[in-house]
Write a new protein. Structure first.
Length: 387
């Protein structure tokens, strides 16, 4: 169990810098300098790792994922995902310089890192504005460690971590109004870590982005049919046909997600700008692609560590569902469905409503071997999901 806590905590550190979108100063993005990058992210770990950050049983090398939203100049909002790797550095370990070298000399979190173990963090983020343009950022940070000064003893949650570093625009991978843009700046982040070692990330990026004169938006985004695993920025909405299985992992959907009767949705560590809707969804034998994250994983809808800026609506689903540790910025409605369903650990800004489900959904979840319980946090709640 201790090892599991250690991995969870390091994953939080791996995504300390998962914050970033652009808040403009009045000029259109393609006509002037964009400044002051700020955002809030919800963090979630990826224990499997990835090609850029393989899982490791040796040094503390892990991957974390986050999803977040913010504003870019005159554009109302942007949606994005980010992933970072962190390598734990034990104080005075051979081959690693202290974090207060020239590169990081002006970081405000040196006072938090002095005399402690720390983490070297590398990562990337992609952020999509409504016209489909994608901003691609690269991060390098130093983070306060969740361990004590000995580098071995885990701190007891809740606690707060601090992070400092730098970001740069990748001009070639950025698209639309951001293609060819240049820019860089400094990252400062504060990360209050919860009892379950999840966290919100509050960050400010000081710097500038200079778009290329004449850079233009892409063609009008169109919906994308999903019947396979998809990740990264999706410049339009997503549709899932009957019998199709759509797996969105670390994806940012610049629109909504609509699942037809008989379709299956697995949406993890991802964000959608608009509503996520399932009417009669559920394949006869849905795959179990969510590992051991939740007991109910593998049903008609799996909305795990995910975010929608709109509503999440599920009606008439079969095979059960898992809606876990996610954010719904309008209403969450789950109705007239069958099968074992878990709806727990979610933030719902509006109404959480569950009606006519057989059996009723489980609305609290205690992870195996842990002492904490995940409950929902709705603005209001009613029916079978009343809290």
């Amino acid at each position: 169990m201790f090892r599991r806590y250690v991995r969870s905590a390091t994953l939080v550190v791996a995504i300390v810098g998962l914050a970033g979108l652009v808040s403009g100063c009045g000029d259109p993005p393609n006509s002037g300098v964009i400044r002051n990058i700020q955002a809030q992210f919800e963090s979630a770990p990826n224990f499997a790792g990835s090609a850029d950050c393989p899982a490791s049983t040796g040094a503390v090398l892990v991957e974390g994922r986050g999803v977040g939203t913010a504003f870019i100049g005159p554009v109302d909002n942007a949606v994005g995902t980010a992933a970072e790797c962190s390598r734990g550095v034990i104080l005075n370990q051979a081959g690693y310089h202290a974090p207060n070298t020239d590169e990081f000399a002006d970081c405000d979190n040196n006072k938090y890192l002095a005399g402690k173990s720390w983490f070297d963090v590398h990562g990337t983020g992609t952020y999509t504005v409504e016209d489909g343009s994608v901003l691609y950022l690269v991060y390098h940070e130093h983070s306060e460690s969740p361990f004590q000064a000995d580098g071995k003893t885990i701190r007891t949650a809740p606690f707060t971590l601090h992070d400092c570093g730098f970001w740069d625009v990748d001009p070639d991978k950025s698209t639309g109004i951001f293609h060819g843009a240049t820019g860089s700046g400094k990252i400062l982040a504060t990360v209050p870590v919860r009892l379950d070692y999840s966290s919100s990330v509050f960050a400010t990026y000081d710097g500038k982005i200079k778009p290329v004169d004449g850079a233009s938006p892409p063609p009008t985004p169109e919906d994308v049919a999903c019947d396979k695993p998809m990740s990264g920025p999706i410049t339009g909405g997503v549709t899932v046909a009957s019998g199709a299985v759509c797996s969105l992992e670390a994806a940012s959907v610049n629109g909504g997600v609509t699942v037809d009767k008989g379709g299956t949705l697995l949406m993890q560590n991802s964000i959608a700008r608009d509503d996520v809707v399932c009417n009669g969804c559920g394949a006869p034998a849905p795959p179990k692609l969510c590992g051991a994250t939740a007991a109910a994983c593998g049903g008609a809808v799996n909305f795990m560590n995910a975010t929608t800026l709109g509503n999440l609506t599920v009606d008439g689903a079969s095979d059960g569902s898992a809606i876990l540790s996610s954010s719904v910025l309008k209403d969450l409605t789950y109705s007239n469905s069958t099968g074992n369903t878990l709806i727990a650990g979610n933030f719902v800004k509006g109404l959480l409503s569950c009606e006519g489900n057989t059996p009723p959904p489980t609305i609290e979840y205690k992870p195996q071997g842990q002492t904490y319980t995940l409950s929902n946090f709705p603005g209001e709640s009613e029916g079978q999901c009343a809290t």
